[in-house]
Structures are given as C-alpha cells and as structure tokens.
Design a protein around this ligand. Structure first.
Ligand code: NAD
Length: 480
C-alpha cells in the first residue's frame, strides 16, 4: 500500500503520535494509501519550520529572478511527473484520469509559471506629491501562510494558493483535504527537488475540526490564512482568524445560475451547460446547478440537454473515455444520494439520471421542483441540476440572484446589449457569457455572499499575500 507522510522542514516525517489513516479509492471503495495522521502538535512543528524559514532563511530575501526560476523548475518537474500527479488525485477522489491530464495538471503547472512571471515582472507605484515629497510602494512578503484546501480539485486548488504565496516570498504550511492527501505529498517532494529551502513548503495531513486544520487557523504565528471549502467551515475559520486578527481569504460554496435566453445558440448553450454541471461529477464550486431557460425554447432545450446528459460515459475514472467518475467518498456519496432520493418528495420530476453503480450518480436532470425546495436552495455538489422556465429577462435575473451564494453565473444569448446588461445585473464574482470556466489568471476570482470573502488572481493575490508599504521620501532643496 502507498505510504504518505508529512513534509516538514525539508524532510518526510511521520506524525509525532505515529498515528495513521487510510485514503480510500472511491471507485474500488478500498483503502489504497496509508497516510500520516497529523494533529495539533504536527501543525505546530510545521509552523515553527515555516516561521524559521521566513524569519531567518533565504526565501523572502532572495531576488525575484532567482525565486521565479525555482518556481519554473517546479513547473518543469510537475510536467515530468504529470502521470504520477494525475494518478494520485484520480485514485484519491475518482476524477477521470483524462480530466487530470488534459485540465488539472496543465492548469496546476500554469499556476506556478504564471505567478513566477507575475511576481518577477510586477511593478509598484510612484506617487508624486506637490509638497517636495514623493511616495512609492513596496510589496513585502506577509510571512507564514496557512493554506487549507478542499478535495474536489486537490492539486489545482492547492497550487492556486501556493503559487502566489511562494512567488511573493512567503513560507507555507499546506493542509490538503483528508480525502485527497496524495498529490500534495508528491508536490512537496518535487518542491524540495526544485530547490525550495527547507521549511518553505510544508505539508501536514489530517482532519479539520480539533485537528491540523483548526490548529493552523488558531496559531498566532501565522500571518495569512487562505481557505477553500464549504461556507460553514469558512465561518468557523473566519472566527478563528478574528481572534488573532489574521487576514483571511475565503473561497466557499456556490449554487451557480445559468440563464439560457431564447435567442441563444442552442448548440453552444447545451454544450457549456452540460460541462458546467456534469464535469467532475458536479463536484465543482462553480457548477451551473440552477438552470433557467426561456419558455419559447424550454421543451426543445430540456430534450436536447437530457439527451446530451444521457450520452455521458459514467464509470471507472481510470478508463479512457470515462467522463463522470464516482463521487469522492462514501460520506459525500451519501449526501448526494439523499438529495437524489428526495427529488419526488420535494415536488420535482427526474427527467433523466438517478443513482448508478457503487458511488456513482448518473447525470441527473430535475424539472418542476418548487423554487423554495432544497434542490434549488442548497449546494448539492453532485451531478444534479434543477431546471425551470422563465418569461422575461428581469424575471430570470431576479431568480438567479435569489440565492445566499454568489460565486458565478452564466448566460447564453446572441443579443450583445442583453449580454452586457444581464452580466452587470447578476450578483456573482464571475459571469460567463456564452462560455464556461474560461479563466485569465490575472482576473479576480471569488464570490459574494456565502461564496466567500476576498478575491484571488493576479494583483488580487499579490495584495493578499503581501504587506503593501508606503515609503514617503522628502526631496530636499538643492544647496545653492
Ligand atoms: P470542507 O469545508 O469540508 O473542507 C475543506 C478543508 O477544510 C479540508 O481540508 C478540511 O479538512 C478543512 N477543515 C474542515 N473543518 C475545518 C476547521 N474547523 N478548521 C480548519 N480546517 C477545517 O470542504 P470540502 O468538502 O473539502 O470542499 C467542498 C466545498 O468547497 C464545496 O462547498 C465547494 O463549493 C467549495 N469549493 C469552493 C471553491 C471556490 O473557489 N470558491 C473551490 C472548490 C471548492
């Protein structure tokens, strides 16, 4: 069985307690890896290492060019080890291997390359003043970062946090989700090979409450907390951060609205709407899980959408051709199953889908459910979409905005003015018009309401992971 250990201060180590737990492959439902089970003591060891690496080590003091080269070297090594990294996440959480190699790995590598270049090339501001002074800004590394990650895009989410934090000269303690420890350990080893000094990137495995996660958010030696996960967990972490006044970035849940107007290109709308809810078996914060379709095309759209959903290949994530794998864990499968089993009782009609073999759920399309039902209100985080007709643009916008979440929304129309008007009216951190999931890493990424606090991406990440400083210079009169 695979052995996974922590990486603390440049070495692979077991937990101080010697405790271990198993990571379970959701397709075989069997344990496949034995993992060091960390606790508060291991978290404290890692923070001590990160603190020392920041306060005394070369990393924050290194020139940007040298740091950038190490980040690029890590990108090279990740590319060389792409198969190992892809297999790690697929075995841990059931994501199709093809998605890992085509999407998650390239994007994870890009996260490092982008922030390597972004930090090296970025500039500060010079602010000329009237009074014989001028001001300039410096972006100084913030210190020790606790990074706490979810299981749905393990490597991709982790690198999205690590790359800017490290590029800007911070040191990090990463806690991967307990269901997906494997890729983080491979990454930690590759980082050492790439030349990261000991203590700069530490990886500690374990649970959240009363464990590693809670310890990493309560430690006063931590300067930044970056968290991606459920909205409820985000509230707990915000409370913990508040006790130490530690700045916190929260990327939380979603219940994305997807509005298809009658004048949309239907092929485009069906293609992206399918991708938006069924990729990664719907375990996507950005999932387009609430679908509003204008009444004139409602029946035709639902028919084409259901046909496309039925054509998706559900099964073994390691088989080429599989598009929808199992849900990530027994616990998560039970949660999604309870939503599927409640469809009728909630007043909905299942048009296609339902429970599949093992921990799979077939792409499930629900119509007729009342807008007040759990199916419309709660994040299911599985391959289940609710669909309803609408008549007017204002009705669609009001329905889309009627949610406590606000991570993203989508709209499909060939009317240019409407596209801009509706994009402006939607309460969401990202709006995609006639597409989905297209990202520019300079753009702000994050949510409103229960979907989070703060933004990541480009300068937004820089502002979070640095302490911007103003230096005010007096310009003395020339001696005559
Ligand atoms: P989760 O909140 O259960 O766990 C996320 C991480 O937090 C895990 O590492 C977990 O161990 C840790 N954790 C749990 N309780 C903790 C505590 N009290 N203190 C410190 N750490 C704690 O979330 P999940 O089930 O792993 O992920 C799915 C959720 O993440 C969904 O809601 C999804 O929408 C959201 N998500 C959001 C984004 C985004 O960018 N907004 C991206 C991916 C996933």
């Amino acid at each position: 069985m695979e052995q996974i250990r922590h990486i603390i201060d440049g070495a692979e180590v077991d937990s101080a307690s010697g405790a271990r737990f198993h990571s379970v492959d959701p397709w075989t439902q069997q344990p496949w890896a034995e993992v060091a089970l960390g606790d508060a003591e291991d978290a404290a060891r890692a923070v001590t290492a990160a603190r020392r690496a920041f306060d005394e080590g070369p990393w924050p003091r290194m020139g940007r060019t040298e740091r950038s080269a190490i980040l690029h070297r890590l990108g090279d090594l990740m590319t060389e080890h792409a198969d190992e990294l892809a297999l790690a996440d697929t075995t841990d959480m059931g994501k199709p291997l093809a998605d890992m190699t085509k999407k998650d790995i390239p994007r994870s590598v890009l996260n490092f390359r982008f922030f390597a270049d972004h930090s090296r090339l970025s500039t500060g501001e010079a602010l000329p003043m009237d009074s014989g002074h001028h001001v300039y800004t410096r972006y100084e590394p913030a210190g020790v970062v606790s990074a706490i990650a979810p299981w749905n895009f393990p490597l991709m989410m982790e690198t999205w946090k690590l790359a800017p934090a490290l590029a800007w000269g911070n040191t990090v303690v990463l806690k991967p989700a307990e269901d997906t420890p494997a890729s983080a350990s491979v990454l930690g080893r590759l980082a050492l090979e790439a030349g990261f000094p000991p203590g700069v990137l530490n990886v500690v495995h374990g649970y959240g409450p009363n464990s590693v996660g809670a310890a990493l958010t309560a430690d006063p030696r931590v300067d930044r907390i970056t968290f991606t996960g459920e909205s409820g967990t985000g509230r707990i972490i915000a409370g913990s951060a508040a006790a130490n006044l530690t700045p916190v970035s929260l990327e939380l849940g979603g219940k994305g609205a997807n509005i298809v107007f009658a004048d949309a290109d239907l092929d485009t709308a069906v293609h992206w709407s399918i991708e938006a809810i069924f990729s990664n078996a719907g375990q996507v914060c950005l999932a387009g899980s609430r679908l509003y379709v204008q009444r004139e095309i409602y029946d035709e759209f639902v028919e084409r959408f259901c046909a496309a959903a039925e054509a998706l290949v559900v099964g073994d994530p390691k088989q080429a051709g599989t598009q929808v794998g199992p849900l990530a864990s027994a616990e998560h499968y039970k949660k999604v199953r309870s939503f599927v089993e409640s469809i009728e009782a909630e007043g909905g009609r299942m048009r296609t889908g339902g429970l599949g073999d093992g921990w799979t759920v077939r792409p499930t399309v629900v119509t007729d459910a009342p807008q007040t039902s759990r199916l419309w209100r709660e994040e299911i985080f599985g391959p289940v979409v609710v669909v309803a007709p609408f008549d007017t643009e204002s009705e669609a916008v009001a329905a889309a905005n009627d949610t406590p979440y606000g991570l993203n929304a989508m709209l499909f129309t060939e009317n240019l003015s409407r596209a801009h008007r509706v994009a402006a009216a939607l309460k969401a951190g990202t709006v995609w018009a006639n597409c989905f999931f297209i990202r520019d890493l300079r753009a702000p990424f994050g949510g409103v309401g229960n979907s989070g606090v703060g933004r990541e991406g480009g300068n937004f990440s820089r502002d979070f992971f640095t302490e911007p400083k103003a230096v005010v210079m007096a310009i003395a009169e020339a001696a005559s």
